[in-house]
Ligand binder design. Structure first.
Ligand code: FE2
Length: 281
C-alpha cells in the first residue's frame, strides 16, 4: 500500500490496493491508520459492487443507515447521490461546507463515496482539516470554543428552520422534510477529541450549528462567521476530481466537506455508505 499526500494538510491517494478483494485484517488496520492520519483517502479505478462497498465501510465502523435521505430500494445502507443532466439551476446535496448529520446524538464517524457516473470535468469535492483549523485558531477564538458546547439542529429536515418552500432541490434524491423531531437542539463540544488519535478538532457545522451554548443566535453569529472563515481556509483543504471507479473515504469527526455544483447539464451518480461514530467528547 502506497500513500501519496494530495495536498499539504489533508488527503492522500492510496495506491496498490484492490478494495473489492478480501479485506485482510492488516489491510483494514492500515487503512484505518491512514485515515486517522490523512482524514480523507482516495483510490482510483476500483471495481466496487454494493457488497464490497458495504464490507469496506464496515472496516471503519458499524455500517449506519442515515436519516432523512431515502436509500436504494433494496439497500438500506446505500444512498444514490444523483443529479440528472436535466436538473439545472438547483441546489445539490452537500453543496455547502458541512460535516454529515452533526445534529444526531451520535454523528457518523465517516463515509465511503464511489464515483459511478461522473462528468468529464466538474463535480469535484472539497474537504477541510478541522484538526489544523483548531490548532491554528487565533487565541481569542480558541478562548471562545475551548470548553464550550455548540448547538446543532437538523434544520433542513425540520419545521422551525426549514428552507424556503420554493428552494429548488434535486428531484433525484428524496429527502424527508418537515419532521418536528429534527428541530431538537443537540449540544456537542465545539472542540472534540478524535477517538483514534486523541487529536482535538474544531467541531462546528455551517449548516447545522445554530448557536454557541450559553449565547443567543444573534450573539453567536459573528463569532461563528469568523470561525467558519478560518475553518475552511484553502491551506486546510484538498480537492478531489472524480473519475469512474474512484473512491473517497472520509473522516466525518475532524473534517468538513463541500460538493461543488458546477456540472449543470451532465449526469452525476455516486454511491454513498456511512459508518457510525460515537457521542462527541
Ligand atoms: Fe455531506
Amino acid at each position: 500500500m502506497d500513500l501519496e499526500p494530495v495536498a499539504g494538510t489533508i488527503g492522500a491517494e492510496v495506491k496498490g490496493v484492490d478494495l473489492a478483494g478480501p479485506l485482510r485484517d492488516d489491510l483494514a488496520e492500515g487503512l484505518r491508520k491512514a485515515l486517522g492520519e490523512h482524514l480523507v483517502l482516495f483510490f482510483r479505478d476500483q471495481q466496487l459492487d454494493v457488497a464490497s462497498q458495504k464490507r469496506l465501510t464496515g472496516a471503519f465502523g458499524e455500517l449506519m443507515a442515515v436519516p432523512y435521505v431515502e436509500p436504494l430500494a433494496d439497500e438500506p445502507y446505500i444512498v444514490a447521490v444523483l443529479k440528472e443532466a436535466g436538473e439545472t439551476g438547483i441546489s445539490v446535496f452537500g453543496g455547502a461546507w458541512h460535516s454529515d448529520f452533526s445534529f444526531l446524538p451520535r454523528p457518523p464517524g465517516g463515509s465511503v463515496l464511489l464515483g459511478v457516473e461522473v462528468p468529464p470535468f466538474g463535480g469535484d469535492t472539497l474537504w477541510a482539516n478541522q484538526i489544523i483549523a483548531y490548532e491554528t485558531l487565533p487565541d481569542d477564538l480558541k478562548a471562545v470554543v475551548d470548553g464550550r458546547g455548540a448547538v446543532h439542529v437538523g434544520a433542513p429536515y425540520g419545521v422551525k428552520h426549514a428552507p424556503a418552500s420554493d428552494l429548488r432541490l434535486s428531484r433525484s434524491i428524496h429527502i424527508q422534510r418537515g419532521d418536528p423531531e429534527a428541530d431538537r437542539e443537540v449540544v456537542h463540544p465545539a472542540v472534540r477529541t478524535h477517538p483514534w488519535t486523541g487529536r482535538k478538532a474544531l467541531f462546528l457545522n455551517p449548516i447545522y450549528t445554530t448557536r454557541l451554548e450559553g449565547m443567543s443566535a444573534e450573539d453567536s453569529r459573528p463569532l461563528l462567521q469568523r470561525l467558519y472563515e478560518h475553518a475552511v481556509r484553502p491551506e486546510f483543504t484538498c480537492r478531489f476530481r472524480w473519475t469512474p471507479g474512484a473512491v473517497a473515504i472520509w473522516d466525518n469527526r475532524a473534517t468538513l466537506h463541500y460538493a461543488i455544483n458546477d456540472y449543470d447539464g451532465q449526469r452525476r451518480l455516486m454511491y454513498r455508505t456511512t459508518f457510525a461514530g460515537e457521542e462527541p467528547y
